[in-house]
Design a protein around this ligand. Sequence first.
Ligand code: DX5
Ligand code: ZN
Length: 221
Amino acid sequence: MTVRIAPSLLAADFSRLADQVALCVEGGADWLHVDVMDGRFVPPITFGTKIIEAVRKLTDLPLDVHMMVVEPEKHFRDFAAAGASGLTVHAEVSPHLQRQLAHIRELGCRAGAAVNPSTPLAAVSEVLDDLDLLLVMTVNPGYGGQEFLPHSLDKLRRARRLLSDAGCAALLEVDGGISRDTIGDVWRAGADTFVAGHAVFSAADPAAEIGVLRRACEVHV
Ligand code: DX5
Ligand code: ZN
């Protein structure tokens, strides 16, 4: 399995966004993770189309857009046009998840579904054919810099089994509390795509930290 590291721009210094994106590119980031929050699904409000557009101009890296918003379908078209490569919606606010995932694919984006720590994997088990990415939240969403929830490891092992038993090639992404201390266990539990906010942008050398995270997986292969 290939390790993908996706620094989360939520933890970046937005007064020098171009420099922060450049550090990610320099460090060999595979994707950039963009956290859209609407103040309803989660308390904070972050950003939307304008920032996706701005980041798109700064790099060719895939933009992995995590939609922590209610009624996410209202934004699919705008985000895809702004340059999103993947759109991930939360199963908790997507009663028509199959239709939403199909719509994301029609727009040419990777279709992702996210589950909160308290949401069972059964929330996505009927849509595996429509799924390009399963995001297992390893903190309750809304804020960067939180502690990794240890129960997530067992859930990730079950998520990996769910995908492989179904012959589903969807990527298995984790988001929340990923650091040089937690990533090895998470990789061994079956995740292949790692969002890291605080761990990258609070590091003394953010570009180097991306390599540290990647190598922490490789030593455990
Ligand atoms: C949290 C966001 C995350 C956040 C992760 O709700 O979805 O992407 O940026 O931050 P860290 O890596 O600091 O836990
Ligand atoms: Zn996120």
